[in-house]
Design a protein around this ligand. Structure first.
Ligand SMILES: [Zn+2]
Length: 350
């Protein structure tokens, strides 16, 4: 039977279990281990779990070991990205099964690098001591002439998600030399659709995740103000009233948020779209009671959250379930920095 309350202690146990499995070098099949580690470590932080549950020194050592370093200063401009690998296995050249070609060298990618820097920030590691010059200098090679970013140095699609990763990395490192902000801004503005939401690329359908990446990127770069609704929304570089409408229409009859019209409500959009509303200052228009009720139907009796009511929990939806409850000001959860997707205290760096 579904619980009527947010089961904080069960969620801590759920994450603790995940944490114990994570830093093991024997489970390197999963290429997105840094992303999974980010969910676990940031989740424990958001849930205000006891400090002793995370061995910060071991985590920092593991994360730092995943950074790609150039062999020489001149290599920094060879077009490769010297960020973080997703996991140990991604550090080695791999056989491409489709054509048997051996990739010359595997590379770091923007999403893993965002997660790596976020983890280090959350555990309070001194970010000024990491090799940020290699990250930022080589990251410039990933930005395209239209302002978008590729996640790796070659043969990948570009879209808003990777602009967000680049923006968040620069913001956390306190150094914007890794990107051209004006070009990124122009690309993002082009992604706002006729209905007010944002698509992943100019002209594509509005989507909750893309809308989150757009609005938080603009906010982190300083192009839009906080609580824009109470200020001069008219003069904003984006169409704020239309965006507000689009966001509010995504709260469905069951109380949850959908990522696109006519899709079922899904736990994670309570964070993606809830965060946009928070930045705009429109969070007060959410039917909080109904959202609270929907989210509880996705809470697993073993801890964690599922995508849809009654499904098995997964780490991704668990994490965004916690962030959604933090946005609802649930007691026992730390307040959230929606722009960085971590606790406000971790974001400030105390
Ligand atoms: Zn989802």
């Amino acid at each position: 039977m579904a619980s009527e309350i947010f089961e904080r202690d069960r969620h801590v146990t759920f994450l603790q279990m995940m944490y114990q499995l994570l830093p093991s070098p024997y489970q390197s099949q999963e290429i997105n281990r840094l992303t999974l580690a980010y969910f676990v470590i940031s989740g424990l932080d958001l849930l205000a779990a006891p400090d002793r549950l995370v061995d910060k020194e071991a985590v920092a050592k593991w994360v730092l070991s995943l950074q790609a370093h150039p062999r020489s200063q001149s290599e920094l401009n060879n077009g490769q990205f010297y960020g973080f690998y997703g996991s140990r296995s991604a550090q080695f050249p791999s056989e491409d099964n489709d054509n048997g070609a051996l990739l010359s060298r595997s590379v770091g990618n923007l999403a893993s690098t965002y997660c790596a820097v976020a983890i280090l920030k959350i555990i309070g590691y001194d970010l000024s001591s990491i090799d940020s010059e290699s990250i930022l200098t080589s990251m410039r090679n990933l930005q395209q002439s239209d302002g978008s970013f590729m996640p790796i140095h070659t043969g990948a699609e570009t879209d808003l998600r990777f602009i967000y990763c680049a923006v968040a990395i620069c913001h956390m490192l306190g150094n914007w030399s890794g990107m051209d902000k004006e070009k990124a801004k122009a690309y993002i503005i082009n992604c706002q659709s006729y209905d007010g939401g944002f698509g992943l690329t100019p002209g594509s359908e509005s989507h909750g995740g893309a809308t989150y990446c757009s609005v938080t990127s603009l906010r982190l770069m300083g192009f839009i103000e906080e609580d824009i609704l109470s200020k001069d929304a008219e003069s904003s570089i984006i169409n704020v009233p239309l965006l507000l409408d689009w966001c509010l229409q995504k709260q469905a009859a069951d109380g949850g948020f959908q990522g696109r019209p006519n899709k079922p409500s899904d736990t994670c959009y309570a964070f993606w779209i809830g965060s946009v509303l928070k930045v705009l200052g429109g969070h007060k228009f959410i039917d909080k009671k109904a959202l609270h009720g929907f989210l509880l139907t996705c809470q697993s009796e073993y801890g964690g959250f599922s995508k849809f009511p009654g499904d098995f929990p997964d780490l991704y939806h668990s994490y965004y379930g916690f962030t959604a409850f933090s946005l609802l000001e649930e007691p026992g959860l730390k307040p959230l920095c929606v722009e960085l997707g971590m606790s406000a205290i971790a974001a400030i760096g105390i």
